[in-house]
Write a protein that binds this ligand. Structure first.
Ligand SMILES: Cc1ncc(COP(=O)(O)O)c(C=O)c1O
Length: 418
């Protein structure tokens, strides 16, 4: 971390500001991709835009060869804006609107159906548009990913996908198989996020591959791809977490084992989000005041949970550095507070930090994933700016900070109230 450059960015573009490293992003992508591609010949990485859909980051990943896993019309448009072809986009959502389905059909993206009613809606829209929808189904394999309950999606009670248990998923494929305007292309699952071990992934993979075999035997279906979703975690707190290499060496043998019975080799699709972007980004915020009460010492910052919601929403831990004082001894215990009018708006509790003064710049580390993409305008605050440190060491603004006036752009006061 180059403290003087970060301070310069904060001075020039103000805070709060997200700062990303192009070099790290490329490194993460290559690490992830090569872990799989050296073990399996047909691998496709579809970056999960929900982690961070900033155009510049998506463009860097596209240049590296990544496709897109998108979950809304907005993310789909982002993928189109950076020039991704439909074959490199999968659109997943449990509650698609007709307009979003039409948009995905026009883009020629793969549409990942969440249920039979969803399939029928896709079919109807495709029929009206005289198009053929390329579809897969999102399968719920009933696997516990052993992660935060809010980001566990493969549990039996989850709202996502069709259960593999019983005949639900099988019946869905059987229904789709006979339909006009529908082309079955693959099978997809995503069991959760911030997963630390390989076992939940291999368990899900076994179930999906067994299911693919059933589709082959009973319906004579040959799938183009098996999409195992995203979910690989990162060590926010230096905890032990498997690496892409561990993940690939656990999953690929399972795929290969079942391929022998399948008698064909589907492509392996993966949808990493967090792993690719989390550690490439930090959030810079300026200390406004340092306050002491009889019980606590507070550092008050100019960011809030509207800027980075992970600590408030998931009790997530982010390392926090005081820029320029990183090397000083951590001698004081602080609660690090945001500027949102809610007592839950804390980035850290009882955190040991160097003695901190107003005007200091703090960096909330590993904020590249689910940071900006989950930011909001709560308390009529502005969405922050984003800056990219390029591989050549220079930095560029990739998103301007909103202006206060922007919030009135789409609002109207009824005439009689004026
Ligand atoms: C369908 C789907 N794919 C991929 C991801 C990316 O997950 P992660 O960021 O944990 O890799 C998510 C995240 O929730 C998801 O819902």
């Amino acid at each position: 971390m180059d403290s003087s450059q970060l301070k310069k960015i904060a001075e020039e573009h103000g805070t709060p500001v997200y700062v990303y490293s192009e070099e790290l992003l490329i490194k993460n992508y290559r690490t992830f991709y090569s872990a799989f591609s050296k073990r399996y010949s047909k691998v496709k990485i579809l970056y999960a835009y929900k982690a961070n859909a900033s155009l510049a980051l998506c463009a860097i990943l596209k240049k590296e060869g990544a496709g897109a896993d998108v979950v809304s019309g907005g993310e789909l448009l982002t993928a189109q804006k950076i020039g991704l072809a439909g074959r490199d986009i999968i659109y997943t959502n449990n509650s698609k609107t007709k307009e979003e389905i039409a948009q995905a059909l026009d883009a020629d993206a793969v549409i990942n159906a969440d249920s039979v009613p969803d399939l029928l809606k896709i079919q109807k829209t495709a029929e009206e548009k005289k198009k053929t929808a390329k579809i897969s189904f999102r399968i719920n394999p009933g696997v516990n990913p052993k992660t935060n309950a809010k980001i566990a999606t493969g549990l039996k009670e989850s709202k996502f996908g069709i259960h593999i248990e019983g005949d639900a998923a099988y019946t869905a494929y059987k229904t789709a198989n006979g339909l006009d305007n529908i082309k079955i292309t693959g099978v997809q699952t995503h069991i959760g996020s911030q997963i630390k071990e390989a076992a939940p992934f291999t368990e899900a993979c076994e179930k999906i591959m067994e299911f693919a075999l059933r589709l082959k035997k009973d319906l004579n279906l040959k799938l183009e791809y098996i999409d195992l979703g995203g979910g690989l975690g990162i060590p926010y707190q230096e905890e032990k977490i498997i690496k892409p290499d561990d993940l690939a060496s656990a999953i690929v043998p399972v795929v290969e084992k079942w391929n022998k019975q399948l008698n064909y080799e589907p492509a392996l699709w993966l949808e990493p989000g967090r792993y690719l972007v989390a550690n490439t980004g930090m959030l810079l915020t300026t200390v406004q005041t340092v306050k002491e009460t009889p019980y606590k010492k507070f550092i008050n910052t100019d960011a809030g949970f509207n800027t980075l919601i992970r600590p408030a929403m998931y009790d997530a831990y982010h390392r926090i550095e005081n820029i320029g004082r990183e090397k000083e001894e951590k001698t004081e215990k602080y609660d690090i507070a945001g500027n949102i009018c809610e007592s839950g708006d804390l980035f850290a509790k009882d955190r040991l930090m160097p003695k901190t003064m107003p005007g200091d710049i703090l960096a909330l580390m590993d904020a590249g994933a689910y940071g900006y993409s989950m930011a909001s305008r709560y308390n009529a605050r502005l969405l922050p700016a984003e800056v990219l440190i390029r591989s050549n060491g220079k930095y560029e603004l990739i998103r301007e900070r909103e202006k206060l006036e922007d919030q009135y752009k789409y609002q109207k006061i009824p005439k009689d109230l004026l």
